[in-house]
Design a protein around this ligand. Structure first.
Ligand code: HEC
Length: 134
């Protein structure tokens, strides 16, 4: 547990370092990126740019901006029904994505940082909490 917390803190640090200095990506940063590309990019795009009128963007999304708990719940519970993202209306369905806590946390941390949603670290505990919330 301690080790994982450290891993996510390190990921976060590396992300800011990359933005500042364009340092070479490391395995930690790549984990969230690879998991994102495997589990989310088909619908939301590689850069989180979204797709047409059905799939909202994750890049600078005001739906999740500075709201990591909303992002965590989107992944663990899915989303159904009308939502608004950056002034555009969507009324689709996103299934809950089947991921373990560690992988979901890595993706969420990647999305908060790489797509400029206010940064922060989402831990496995945040993910677990989102699973239990109504
Ligand atoms: C099968 C397609 C699909 C996949 C795969 C998918 N999503 Fe979604 N996602 C959607 C749709 C459709 C919506 C809009 C739902 C609505 O209109 O109610 C959405 C909405 C969202 C939103 C809220 C709106 C926004 O743009 O901020 C977030 C956050 C999100 N998805 C994150 C993710 C993450 C992270 C993953 C990967 C773990 C993922 N999604 C995988 C289809 C998908």
């Amino acid at each position: 547990m301690k080790h994982l917390t450290f891993t996510f803190a390190a990921t976060l640090l590396l992300c800011s370092a990359m933005q500042a200095a364009q340092a070479a990506p490391t395995a930690h940063v790549n984990k969230g990126k690879q998991l994102y590309e495997r589990n989310c990019a088909a619908c939301h795009g590689k850069q989180g740019e979204g797709r047409g009128t059905a799939f909202p963007p994750l890049y600078r999304s005001d739906y999740i901006m500075n709201k990591p708990q909303v992002l965590a719940a989107s992944i663990t519970k899915g989303i159904n029904g009308p939502i608004k993202v950056n002034g555009k209306s969507y009324n689709g369905f996103m299934p809950a994505i089947a991921l373990n806590d560690a992988d979901a946390a890595a993706i969420a941390t990647y999305v908060m940082n790489a797509f400029d949603n206010g940064g922060g670290t989402i831990t496995e505990q945040h993910i677990r909490q989102s699973r239990h919330k109504k």
